[in-house]
Design a binder for this molecule. Structure first.
Ligand code: 6A9
Length: 807
């Protein structure tokens, strides 16, 4: 009837009113999160470089060198992070939202440099920022060590950049220099390079009048865009021109001193590249301040001073709340260590933009379905069928600033496990960025080498990505962690820790925002999941066993006799020779982890049919892990292959591979295999070492052989999974609880000490650790998954010792 009708109409009105309200709130959350993440040291390949998360835009960077002789400048000129040239560098404290402090120890230049980077919210264009650059001569430096410091800004794409009020007729600028600019995304802005503090060399050379060193030199120019990231080469060419002009003027036997000769021509104007140079003698300090035109006020050096203090103390408080190391790591030094590792992880986050090389030939050899497939595939790769694709963008953290400053898919899932405890919104943004790279089929490239600058670091033969190559789906672990947090918040609103973190958990604290995020992501997750099932399926028809009626068996594509790079465990020993019928136990385990994660999301989103389907796969995968991969003889999980008699046979090399069902959380506390798994972990003749779990058993024939990359060394990502799963077993009543507790306690202690001792000794985190000596090895400054030790320190102490000796 009528009354009923109006009521319903009224209700509809209310709903209509309410819905946009909710989404406006969600949109507000998104804007706030985007604004505070817009700027950052998002060029982690540089010692210090800043840019916004905008494709073609304003960038900045820092360069320096000692200038005391004519010859060493080539080798001591710093810009991009390189291995083995510094005594340690990185963020002691860093928060993506507010900023932090980096310290750089440069022995060859006899100087320590700090970069204190601070963000200032406000206005319509993502706010302002400032960086304070300080140089302190090292102990061994002579008191008049001369340092040349260069700051530069470049502009890609449309917009303008012009030095304001500087006179090219002068010999430099006294006081601050201001660069005015405009782009569509950033609006109007200025970059101010302050006069700063410090003495300048007075050389007494007759050229000094022409080239005095007590002011800031500015050189502006217009160069092709491809040249912008190669600024060092551009600058060196320019300096050479300067030297060629200056030297003849004063004669070969009386050239201007190095501090003077290595200076740019003062020529401020407009252009897409602006270099600012200062020459100091002894300690120095100056600021570079970006003020957004739409922000209420320009930022001053005083603002910067004030904020540096408050950001530092804010960071420490939050850090103590979230990651305070638990016993036995109570000494102050562990907290400092933990802060540094974590800060380097999030201080290493970068924004990348550019094209990439993909081979989309779908060459039949890439089906890898015949014997000898790897030779055919190698030939197909040799036919160079790659094309440029994109450009695309990626917001991600990276394994290592000097060596691999770019995104790696399975590394990223590990990176985000600590990051999500600190800043859930940031984490969700990074996950989204990765899933946006997915193609129509559901593929995401394993290694993201976007643009010419990123490519310049990678040998040609490693640049091409193939759309049938996978990499472990670790981002699903992070999504599970997000759901854990949502659940914890729902059941325990008094959970102080989560509430404290609320400001960085807007999508968590706001249920509607969380659901909306998951709903948007879900189709992509599904596409990726089904891409895996289809493209990495194993050929289990050949296994003539009833239990294998379901198709759950998997094989990594892209293997060669010596490597399965796609598995992430590059040279781990596998079946020989490769066979198209082989099945990989690590892959089926990843599939199990992924299936459980996506099933949980489906339940969350009330996708009931999907949830039922995933539950079926989960059951079959769990069963087939045992049926296809458990060896009664070796008492461990193994890869499978087809032997000479065309029969299913197991290939057992004890090590990380054998632990995979356990590492991915698929082995229940009551499993009858759990005892054997714990035996393997704890056996000193097999995987156990005083420094962590070895990648391959000491008793395996391939231990320490060939490249010895994943054939003995201790890797922190796998050890993290081991310690986390031991903890899980240790916290539930069950037949193996006590054993798990002991192993957990010992392993946790060993891992932390290994990374800590090496960090203390060398100043760096390393890619892996030696199982015999505990020393860090391979890539230096590997601040990627090695940072998981931050989470390990914050895990509970289950030792039960009332009074224990602190380490
Ligand atoms: C080749 C060399 C200047 C190898 O951490 C990234 C990856 C891991 O995903 C993988 O599991 N690392 C591990 O086995 C490093 C891979 C680096 C490849 C770069 C080019 C650069 O030469």
């Amino acid at each position: 009837d009528n009354r009923h009708g109006t009521l319903l109409q009224g209700l509809a009105c209310l709903l209509a009113l309410q819905l946009p309200l909710v989404s406006a709130q969600v949109a507000g959350i998104e804007k706030a999160t985007n604004d505070s993440l817009l700027w950052g040291p998002y060029r982690p390949n540089l010692y210090f470089g800043v840019r916004p998360r905008i494709p073609k835009t304003l960038m900045g960077g820092l360069m320096w060198t000692r200038v005391e002789d004519y010859t060493s400048v080539q080798n001591t000129f710093r810009h991009t992070c390189e291995q083995h040239e510094l005594d340690g560098y990185g963020w002691d404290e860093y928060d993506v939202r507010s900023g932090g402090r980096q310290t750089i120890h440069d022995p060859a230049n006899h100087v320590d440099i700090t970069t204190e980077f601070i963000k200032f919210p406000g206005g319509e264009h993502g706010g302002s920022w400032g960086v304070r650059i300080k140089g302190t001569p090292r102990e061994d430096a002579s008191p008049n060590t001369r340092t040349t410091v260069l700051w530069y800004n470049t502009l890609e794409g449309l917009g303008s950049l012009e030095v304001q009020g500087a006179d090219a007729e002068e010999t430099g600028v006294e006081g601050d220099v201001v660069l005015k600019g405009h782009t569509a995304e950033l609006g109007d802005f200025e970059v101010r390079v302050t006069e700063g503090k410090g003495d300048h060399p007075v050389t007494g050379h007759p050229s000094y009048d022409e080239k005095p060193l007590d002011r800031t030199l500015v050189h502006s120019g217009q160069v092709p865009e491809e040249a912008l990231w190669q600024i060092k080469a551009v600058l060196f060419a320019h300096l050479k021109g300067q030297i060629d002009a200056l030297v003849p003027k004063y004669g070969e036997d009386n050239p201007p001193p190095p501090a003077q000769i290595y200076t740019i021509q003062h020529a401020p104007s407009r252009g897409n590249i602006h270099i600012f140079q200062k020459v100091f003698e002894g300690p120095f300090e100056f600021d570079v301040i970006f003020s957004s035109g739409s922000a209420p006020a320009k930022i001053t050096s005083e603002d910067l001073t004030e904020q540096i203090d408050s950001v530092t103390s804010g960071f420490s408080t939050r850090f103590a709340d979230i990651f305070k190391p638990k016993a036995p790591f109570l000494k102050e030094r562990y907290e400092e260590f933990s802060k540094s590792l974590f800060s380097n992880l999030i201080g290493g986050i970068g924004y990348f933009y550019g094209d990439s090389r993909v081979d989309r030939s779908y060459d039949t050899a890439y089906e890898e379905d015949s014997e000898g497939f790897w030779e055919e595939a190698a030939e197909a790769r040799g036919r160079n069928q790659a094309q440029f694709e994109g450009p695309s963008e990626l917001y991600t953290s990276i394994p290592s600033r000097p060596f691999f400053p770019r995104g790696f898919l399975w590394d990223e899932g590990f990176h985000l496990l600590p990051v999500i405890d600190w800043d859930a919104d940031l984490t969700l943004d990074i996950i989204k960025s990765w899933f946006m790279l997915m193609d129509e089929d559901g593929w995401i490239g394993r290694e993201q080498i976007l643009g010419a600058e990123a490519r310049s670091k990678v040998p040609e033969e490693f640049q091409v990505q193939y759309p049938h190559y996978a990499n472990p789906p670790t981002l699903f672990m992070v999504i599970s962690s997000f759901l854990d947090k949502l659940d914890a918040l729902k059941t325990d609103t008094s959970n102080e820790k989560l509430l404290h973190e609320k400001s960085y958990f807007m999508q968590l604290a706001n249920r509607e925002a969380a659901l909306q995020y998951l709903r948007t992501l879900y189709p992509l997750l599904k596409r990726h999941y089904f891409w895996f099932r289809k493209t990495q399926a194993g050929d289990i028809k050949s296994y003539d066993r009833e239990a294998f009626s379901t198709k759950e068996g998997y094989r990594w594509r892209g293997r060669t006799p010596q490597h399965i790079l796609t598995s992430g465990l590059d040279d781990y020993p596998r079946a020989q020779p490769p066979h198209p019928g082989e099945l990989h136990v690590d892959l089926i385990s990843w599939m199990g982890m992924m299936t459980r994660a996506i099933q949980r999301i489906a339940v969350y989103l009330d996708e009931e049919d999907d949830a039922l389907e995933f539950a079926k796969y989960d059951e079959a995968i769990t069963r087939n892990i045992d049926d296809l991969h458990w060896s009664d003889k070796a008492k461990t999980y193994c890869d499978a292959t087809i032997d000479d008699y065309e029969e299913h046979s197991l290939v057992c090399h004890k090590g990380y591979i054998s632990l995979f069902p356990f590492l991915t959380g698929l082995v229940d506390k009551d499993s009858k295999r759990l005892g054997a798994i714990l035996d393997l972990i704890g056996d000193e003749e097999e995987l156990w070492s005083p420094y962590g779990i070895r990648s391959l058993s000491k008793s395996d024939e391939f231990y320490h052989t060939a490249e010895d990359y994943w054939r003995s060394p201790i890797w922190m990502n796998m050890n993290y999974l081991a310690v986390a799963n031991l903890l899980n077993i240790a916290q539930q009543k069950g037949p193996h609880q006590a054993r798990a507790k002991t192993l957990y306690t010992e392993l946790r202690k060993n891992l932390v000490n290994t990374v800590y001792e090496s960090w203390k000794e060398t100043g760096f985190a390393w890619e892996q650790y030696n199982p015999e000596t505990g020393k860090g090895q391979r890539t230096q400054h590997f601040t990627g998954w090695t940072s998981l030790v931050v989470k390990i320190m914050a895990m509970p102490d289950l030792s039960g010792e009332r009074v224990r000796d602190e380490l």
